[in-house]
Ligand binder design. Structure first.
Ligand code: PSU
Ligand code: MN
Length: 332
């Protein structure tokens, strides 16, 4: 890379990302747990690179977020992406609660939705050199990377009312003004309770071109959303209003998996049931549950869940880039 990343005491911001933020350009944050824990090598690298390319082709700058040797990075080089993809599980799954520990120990962290939102929101205020445009945005409260694309977010686990296993993604959405574009949440989770919890946290939940909350692999979940959006511009207006009002809470934009790529819902649902039973028998709990379920469901569906996963992430990246461009236009 021609320029070294812009350094502050705590975070390395890729020059391209810093430049886009300084001019109020479109930026899309991307997480790294999906690379290190969500997909096998080399599919993870291929997908991460394709997702970044889709974001670029649609007029935005991608900013994949991870912690490398104790230093949080916002925007990675292709060499760094490759390091993540090859290292896989050697990178610690890093949610908000894990950030300080990974940084303090000089470790390597793959950020989940909660940790990625945290850094996406913080980044422009921690870069050392601020442009006057950035300062005026920050005066208006319009700081951070407001758009973040992923595949699926965490939620309330099944039996969550007993285990209290509720992903910190949901509380982060409650307190960090970043719009997360995802394909909803997997039915490995309790979808109605996840939506209840998001309501409690004050999170705007919208579904794209549907009234129903999608369930990741399938377009339907049986749960309705309070808000339907039909264009990137409409999404941008909601994000803009949220930021202008300093609501402080985030937004979830749920995009159904493309019809032609949806693997059969019933096959995947029965795989989920089987994997849930196995997880219970093996007494797998805590933050190991999600990666275990993703891996087992992939095996049990003969890889079709992985293909579906890749296609929905790319679909989300396309919409995320368009929303980022629309928001940048609104803010100019
Ligand atoms: N759901 C997916 N794929 C993923 C994840 C969730 O379909 O890769 C990852 C995301 O990084 C998410 C995290 O933030 O798992 C949630 O983990 P937990 O349930 O332990 O909070
Ligand atoms: Mn959990």
């Amino acid at each position: 890379m021609a320029h070294p990343p812009q350094m502050s005491a705590d975070v390395a911001v890729a020059p391209e990302v810093a430049a886009a933020l300084a001019r109020g350009g479109a930026v899309v944050a991307l997480e790294s747990t999906i690379i290190c824990h969500g997909m096998p090598y080399p599919k993870n690298l291929q997908t991460a690179m394709e997702v970044e390319a889709i974001v670029r082709d649609n007029g935005a700058v991608p900013a994949t977020i991870a912690i490398l040797d104790g230093l949080p990075h916002v925007g990675l080089t292709s060499e760094q992406l490759k390091r993540l993809a090859i290292s896989g599980r050697q990178f610690q799954k890093t949610a908000r609660r894990d950030i300080a520990h990974v940084v303090a120990s000089g470790g390597n962290g793959a950020t989940t939705v909660s940790a990625t939102m945290f850094f996406a929101h913080k980044v422009p205020s921690i870069t050392s050199a601020k442009s006057s445009y950035q300062s005026s945005l920050s005066f208006l409260g319009l700081v951070g990377i407001p758009i973040f694309v992923t595949g699926g977010i965490g939620g309330v686990h099944r039996h969550g009312e007993q285990t209290m296993d509720i992903s910190s993604d949901l509380t982060e959405l409650g307190k960090t003004p970043v719009a997360v574009i995802s394909a909803g949440v997997k039915s490995i989770l309790d979808i109605p309770r996840t939506l209840e919890y998001l309501e409690t946290q004050g999170v705007t939940v919208a579904a794209y071109r549907t009234n129903e909350f999608p369930a990741f692999f399938t377009e339907i979940s049986g749960s309705q959303v309070p808000c339907r959006v039909d264009t990137p511009e409409e999404c941008a207006k909601i994000i803009y209003a949220n930021r202008n009002l300093h609501l402080g809470s985030g937004m979830l934009i749920a995009v159904p998996i493309p019809k032609q790529q949806a693997a059969s819902g019933t096959i995947i649902e029965s795989a989920i049931q089987k994997a849930l039973k196995e997880a219970e028998d093996k007494r797998i709990t805590g933050n190991a549950i999600t990666p275990f379920m993703l891996e087992r469901v992939k095996e049990l569906t003969g890889g079709s869940s992985l293909e579906a996963n890749v296609s929905l992430v790319k679909n989300n990246a396309l919409l995320g880039a368009k929303i980022a461009v629309a928001l940048s236009n609104l803010q100019q």
